[in-house]
Design a protein. Structure first.
Lengths: 183, 145
């Protein structure tokens, strides 16, 4: 009996470690952003639609914002566009767009044809701002709180289901319990 | 025999014809100082392309990799150290961007596990061997030797 006890205990411990690890694993291929809990990266971009205006990180202060990184070359961005329009209509917070490595002309046509969910759109023509935000696959959406801190991030298309399950809880609770598959 | 030879020859010629000549992925302008360029080469090989996660920055032709290579180049040209470049990227993309993870409190157990397992295994083996030797010594019927 005693002979098998220790190997059995070791095996059971190993199983616990593996089950816990698997259950807490991030989505495959998705990297948890080190920006969460950090101040939103500083940027100052030309406004896509208004040549005389700038879109800056200072505008993120004082209220909740959803920062959405997109481009007309990005297939998934088209897929999430209806959701962004719905979020914008819902009116809980403005959506700030960051047009990543795109042609301004294509982006303007896109917004004319599909509708414009954005309060402001910054043009990140050379991709420098996206690097500061740790963007690696558009679309990406960042939830920024009134103090300018990044609270949540989604890599990949936003959906209404994700919006209400992974993002909206932050508005009502200071530290909401968010499911592991939200990142 | 001659037919076999001909078949092998034809296969070889065809397979060579199908290969694509290697082309340079990295279009980043070289740094003026060869020492800096050497450091650049080492860095872009140990940093991960975040979009095509099993490739290094050096080998990837996606546009984000090109942007990050340019960023590494410009930081080195501006006099930043290798660690400053690494920290800059880790702060934005996470530890995952390093192919060679750094030792930290969080992953210390990973580094320690092989040593711990070796010691535990060694102790267990020593105990078993000693016990076996004791059994043999104590056994009057032992016919060994």
């Amino acid at each position: 009996m005693n002979r098998f006890l220790w190997p059995l205990i070791a095996f059971a411990l190993l199983m616990v470690v593996m089950v816990v690890g698997l259950n807490n694993a991030d989505r495959k291929g998705i990297i948890r952003s080190p920006l969460i809990g950090q101040p939103a990266p500083v940027f100052d971009a030309p406004d896509l639609l208004d040549p005389s205006a700038r879109v800056t990180s200072a505008q993120l202060l004082g209220g909740w914002h959803l920062v959405n990184v997109w481009g007309t070359w990005c297939v998934e961005c088209r897929a999430e566009h209806a959701t962004l329009l719905a979020i914008s209509r819902e009116g809980k917070m403005p959506v700030i767009g960051l047009d990543w490595k795109d042609s301004d002309e294509d982006a303007k046509v896109w917004l004319q044809q599909l509708g414009n969910p954005y309060q402001h759109v910054g043009a990140d023509r050379d991709g420098r701002i996206a690097i500061d935000w740790g963007v690696y696959g558009a679309p990406e959406s960042f939830l920024v709180d009134p103090s300018g801190t990044v609270r949540q991030k989604r890599t990949g298309a936003m959906s209404e289901e994700l919006w209400s399950r992974c993002f909206l809880p932050y508005l009502s609770e200071p530290q909401p319990k968010i499911p592991a598959d939200c990142t | 025999m001659a037919r076999l030879f001909a078949a092998v020859l034809v296969t070889l010629v065809f397979s060579l014809a199908l290969t694509v000549p290697a082309f340079a992925v990295d279009m980043t302008p070289p740094l003026p100082d060869p020492v800096l360029q050497q450091r650049y080469n080492v860095l872009v090989h140990e940093l991960r392309c975040m979009q095509c996660q099993n490739e290094a920055l050096a080998d990837s032709n996606v546009s984000l990799a090109a942007d990050l290579r340019l960023q590494v180049r410009n930081m080195l040209a501006a006099g930043k150290t290798d660690d400053e470049v690494r920290n800059y990227l880790v702060a934005r993309y996470g530890e995952f961007i390093l192919f060679r993870p750094r030792m930290s409190l969080r992953n210390l157990w990973l580094w320690a596990a092989p040593v711990v397992l070796l010691v535990v295994g060694g102790l267990a083996a020593a105990r078993i061997l000693r016990r076996r030797a004791a059994l043999l010594d104590a056994d009057p019927d032992s016919s060994e030797e």
